[in-house]
Design a protein. Structure first.
Lengths: 79, 736, 232, 79
């Protein structure tokens, strides 16, 4: 079973990296970009074929490690 | 009988980089048509990188011995004795091509590879340096390449935890299509705890350590052939990705394992991975090697024997262990979270036997793979000599002050702070002299000794006169070490040249090597390790001949050293060494007058040695703390650098009659140093120099906040610094 | 004083801090991250600089969840001293011992350079040998040192005087130029509420000898040692 | 207009980050994870309301900066 976890910064949390990328795009002559925020994706291979079990594993993974829930949100999609 | 599943066609042979006669030589050697795995193995062993087939006969002319040399070329790195039971282990290696394709990962894995070479021998790395050449700044790719390469070097070294303390950065259109990324690593070990690649004992276990094997770096041309990529939906990149974290663990695990007494032989998997490491261990020990590839830890599914033997996945090691010690070794590796697998054994057959899935995939004579590799004495022609330029014939297009300001802010002479601030140069707490001086100084353990480290070469000299250029590269490294108070002990070289199949570039190679050899002999500065990188060219346009020299010297008392910064007002500035105002091939001629011609300055090696020994003695006796050698840009640039480093100005009042001022200030005569000393001491020094026939004159005095050149041409130190510091950050920000 | 320096896979400045602690007169023991207990009698726990777990995922994230961190948390809860330097600071933030987070430097580059810090207060176990407002010359070496916290946290840190050091110029003035990684309020280091946990990005441990850069970092280690009675 | 760009490593390219995360999840007692590969997402705010123009900007952004096409693939989704 495969899943994708997407971790993004919460609204309001500053994203220096996104800001720098925005600036870099401008100086590279890429037009029309008004804002960039950077996040992470994790493509996860699961051992189980059981959806509920997979969901539990993924939730544990996110809460314990993948996301810093103080500043980040996460979303899980199972393929 | 060995099965041959893939017909070996002439195209396949060609894709493997073997010439028809080389292939024939191989078939004769084994007495039958090779398997595809065997073809892969021989292509790796007999390529230029592993076999040194074009360079070998010329490398033989280099001096490699001295009483303090413990191990010269031929092992993973060179080893010199630095006293107190300690050895310094070092080497330089190129990653030019991978860095051009993917600058971050190419440079990063270059650093990873050279660090591995050093700790494979039992040394803990204590310093790294990097020698970089990029295309002209206006070339559309240059900025991207600089940015990626520097980030990659920092990304790997910083994480691994070694201070990157020195190097060199330059730009020239001749590197537009072929940049140079040479990395040097320096480590320390006890002289009685050095490890070598030579396997001993029959039936001993061969173990695989470190990261898993993937399809990284397998030769692109062969990957494209239909047999190998039917399983992959996208064209697989052959780029290797570095994992400095895994390397740091590998370092700690290897050093711990070495302490346990379990290691008989060790070889890192660098270029040609498992193939060259296994063959080398067997061949050096006069033993056969048998590998069972089913045991190799793989990252990807369905890897073939061919792929496993050619993979260049990073952060891997091969060892021969003492029998019975496998358990203990495995425990150490697992503690560090690394893979460990017994994948074969040594044999007495002198055969290199590869088994996979119950079949023999390769069965080759192990010694011959190395010993019988082709060796070429390629045709070469001497580079045409250039005329010596009379300094009086060169008109100054601008004032000396204007020229100096222009040079301090030029791409090649500007401050490289933007680069070395991205490198952790302070970690380990032993960096006595940070980047920005003549040579870096790193304290050895808790002192009192220290190492002086530098990388140097002046490619434009090498092209104009390979022999003199080769000499000069060694002399400059020797001089930079001397200028901080170090006794130069040995060098590593990284010989970057264009195609050896063109007689002109082969001539450059031959000439430079002769010059290097001559200088090393005269200066007692043997070559203990190195690397040859040929075929650096694109569309028939070769790079400048660039034999980078990495020098190592010793300070007996690291607290007694010199640096380039003016330290006080009112000190006398003395020039040591003779000045004729040599403008041929000078930076002044190139960047101020727009001419790239003339013979480069010759190096009088006897003078070089005498001047340097004199200066070193002054530093070691504690009389002199401020020294800078004169190289690119001559006296003027050296003075400016001393003033900027110390935030102290100077006034130059004396200069010889009969020489145009610009030739005096910007000429690049060799073997010279500027020192600044208390005026009382100055007289003694001039007297001492006179007594032993060393040219020495007082040029002026330190003080004020401007550098004042003869003719009352003043430039404020602040203005110099602004120009010096601005160019590179502005350029990288897209402003310059 | 007895110090325990926790070593994670990928730590690389543990030797530097051990040297600085010993020079100041502390006993030091290195503790492997998989240990579940601190050595008996540990007064100070140090989380050293480096790239624990390669700094993959988020700096300090994986190390922040190591077994030894439970022991460190318990030690801190008892009022024991904890010092996190650079990666150690990142680990403290990730493990919840300190608020906020260290983000990528404003220029997205690793930076290594000498840096002045202003000492915000000198009434803590970490800074008693400095003067309040003193500018000390240390160095930084990090790619993610851009201190970021939400408004509320920031307000609390400032209001309760929990900012330990700020990036400053040689005179101790807080300037934009001195704040090269872009940290909020130029914050270089912060204390926990009870002032027993300090996290800081700069490396005082690399400035303890005049031969190697200078000695302004010594004050911190000497402050710590002088907070404890000398062992007999 | 908003878009999301997802950048992932090409098949076969070593992912040291994913590897370390996988190990960490195991030691944290999260069960059932067979493999992790890490990628990036960029949430991008566009100035234009014209889809074709947005697509062109995004493609330029990816090729020039966001993705390292030697080792990474990218995917653009316009909201
Ligand atoms: N890539 C680099 N990495 C680290 N330090 C560098 C690099 N390039 C230049 N430097 C440092 O900048 C200083 C000046 O370099 P260079 O002009 O080549 O010196 P020199 O003429 O004395 O050989 C040296 O201290 C050198 O180590
Ligand atoms: Mg020099």
């Amino acid at each position: 079973m495969k899943a994708r976890v997407t971790v993004t910064l919460k609204n309001g949390v500053l994203d220096p990296q996104g800001k720098a990328i925005e600036g870099a795009l401008k100086s590279l002559g890429v037009e029309g970009i008004a804002g960039v925020r950077q996040g992470k994706v994790f493509d996860i291979e699961l051992e189980t074929a059981d959806r509920a079990q997979a969901e539990a594993s993924l939730k544990a993974a996110c809460e314990k490690l993948l996301a810093n829930t103080v500043i980040e949100n996460y979303r899980v999609e199972i393929a | 009988m060995i099965r041959n599943d893939v017909a070996i066609t002439p195209e396949l042979v060609k894709e493997h980089g073997l010439k028809p006669d080389e292939y024939e030589r191989f078939v004769n050697l084994i007495g039958r048509e090779p398997t595809i795995t065997e073809l892969g193995i021989v292509s790796a062993m007999w390529n230029e990188h592993c076999s040194y087939k074009s360079s070998r006969i010329h490398l033989r002319g280099l001096p490699t011995k001295a009483p303090w040399v413990i191990q010269g070329p031929g092992e993973n790195a060179g080893v010199i004795d630095i006293g107190d039971g300690l050895a310094c282990i070092f080497k330089m290696e190129s990653h030019n091509h991978p860095s051009f394709i993917e600058p971050y990962q190419g440079a990063a894995t270059g650093v990873g590879g050279i660090l591995r070479d050093v700790f494979t021998m039992g040394a803990r790395p204590i310093a790294a340096l990097n020698f970089l050449r990029f295309g002209e700044p206006s070339h559309p790719k240059t900025r991207h390449l600089v940015s990626g390469v520097v980030a990659g070097i920092g990304g790997y070294g910083n994480s691994f935890g070694v201070p990157t303390v020195g190097g060199s950065v330059g730009f020239d259109k001749r590197y537009n299509g072929n940049i140079l990324v040479n990395a040097m690593a320096v480590g320390l070990a006890r002289t009685d705890e050095i490890f070598y690649a030579k396997a001993t004992g029959v039936g001993n276990p061969i173990v695989y350590l470190g990261s898993k094997t993937g399809r990284d770096g397998i030769h692109g041309a062969t990957m494209a052939s239909a047999e190998f990529d039917e399983s992959s939906e996208e064209k697989r990149p052959t780029v290797q990705v570095g994992d400095p974290f895994a390397e740091k663990l590998l370092l700690e695990a290897c050093l711990e394992l070495m302490k346990s007494g379990a290691v008989i032989a060790i070889q890192d998997m660098g270029a040609a991975g498992l193939t060259s490491s296994a063959v080398e261990m067997g061949a050096k020990g006069n033993l056969g090697i048998e590998l069972d590839l089913d045991k190799v830890p793989c990252r990807e599914e369905g890897m073939t024997a061919y792929e496993m033997m050619l993979s260049e996945s990073q952060e891997r090691m091969l060892m021969v262990l003492k029998p019975g010690m496998e358990r203990q070794a495995e425990a150490i590796f697992h503690k560090w979270g690394l893979d460990f697998a017994v994948i074969g054994k040594t044999t007495d057959t002198l055969r290199f036997v590869i088994k996979h899935q119950g079949e023999v995939k390769a069965d080759l004579p192990i010694k011959e793979l190395g010993d019988e590799a082709p060796v070429y004495d390629r045709p070469w022609v001497e580079s045409p000599k250039q005329p010596v330029i009379d300094p009086a014939s060169v008109k100054a297009p601008m004032s000396e002050a204007e020229a100096l300001l222009k040079l301090v802010g030029s791409p090649d002479q500007c401050s490289k702070r933007w680069v070395w601030e991205q490198y952790d140069h302070l970690i380990l707490g032993n960096t006595v002299q940070v980047p920005g001086g003549d040579a870096a100084i790193v304290r050895i353990e808790d002192g009192p000794k220290g190492l002086a480290l530098t990388t140097d070469v002046t490619p434009r000299y090498c092209e104009a006169d390979p022999f003199e250029g080769g000499k000069q590269a060694v002399a400059e490294a020797w001089r930079n070490i001397t200028a901080v108070g170090g006794l130069p002990l040995a060098i590593t070289d990284n010989l970057n040249f264009a195609s050896p199949e063109r007689p002109e570039s082969m001539g450059q190679f031959v000439g430079c090597l002769k010059g290097i050899g001559e200088a090393c002999r005269a200066l007692d500065f043997p070559v203990v390790s190195g690397n040859v990188s040929l075929y650096n060219e694109t569309n028939g346009q070769g790079i400048l001949p660039t034999p980078a020299i990495g020098g190592v010297g010793l300070l007996d008392d690291v607290t007694v050293n010199a640096s380039i910064a003016f330290k006080a007002e009112g000190e006398a500035i003395i020039l040591i060494g003779a000045t004729q105002g040599w403008l041929g091939q000078s930076i002044y001629l190139r960047d101020v007058c727009g001419r790239e011609d003339g013979a480069p300055p010759p190096v009088d090696l006897a003078q070089e040695k005498r001047n340097g020994d004199f200066v070193r003695q002054l530093i070691r006796s504690g009389q002199v703390k401020t020294v800078h050698d004169c190289s690119d840009g001559g006296i003027a640039l050296a003075l400016a650098e001393m003033a900027m480093a110390g935030n102290v100005g100077a006034e130059i009042t004396a200069y010889p009659d009969g020489l145009p001022l610009h030739a005096f200030l910007f000429g690049e005569d060799q073997g010279r140093y500027l020192i600044a000393v208390d005026e009382d001491v100055a007289a003694d020094i001039l007297y001492e120099a006179g007594a032993v026939g060393i040219p020495a004159v007082t040029l002026g005095i330190t003080g004020g906040d401007s550098l004042i050149l003869p003719g009352r041409q003043a430039i404020s130190v602040r203005q110099l610094k602004a120009a010096h510091e601005a160019w590179l950050p502005d350029y990288m920000a897209g402003k310059a | 004083m007895k110090s325990a320096v926790i070593v994670f896979p990928g730590s690389n400045r543990e030797g530097d801090v051990v040297r600085a602690l010993k020079m100041a007169g502390s006993q030091v023991e290195k503790v492997w991250h998989a240990e579940t207990e601190l050595p008996k009698g540990t007064d100070l726990v140090v989380l050293p600089g480096g790239f624990s777990y390669g700094d993959y995922l988020r700096c300090g994230a994986i190390a922040g969840r190591a077994a030894a961190m439970d022991a460190v948390r318990a030690h801190a809860a008892r009022g024991g001293l904890v010092l996190g330097i650079c990666n150690g600071f990142q680990i403290l933030c990730e493990s919840g011992l300190l608020p906020g987070i260290l983000m990528r430097n404003a220029n997205l580059k690793f930076i290594c350079h000498r840096q002045f810090l202003r000492v915000e207060r000198n009434d803590t176990a970490f800074t008693r040998n400095y003067a309040k407002g003193q500018a000390i010359d240390v160095c930084v070496a990090h790619g993610e040192g851009n201190y970021t916290a939400d408004e509320e946290t920031l307000k609390r840190l400032e209001g309760e005087g929990l900012v330990a050091f700020r990036y400053a110029d040689a005179q101790g003035h807080i300037t934009q130029d001195a704040n090269r990684n872009g940290s909020m309020n130029s914050i270089a280091g912060i204390y926990s509420e009870k002032l027993n946990v300090l996290g800081m990005m700069p490396h005082p441990e690399n400035l303890v000898e005049s031969l190697v850069g200078g000695t302004d970092g010594r004050g911190l280690f000497e402050s710590l040692v002088s907070s404890f009675p000398k062992a007999a």
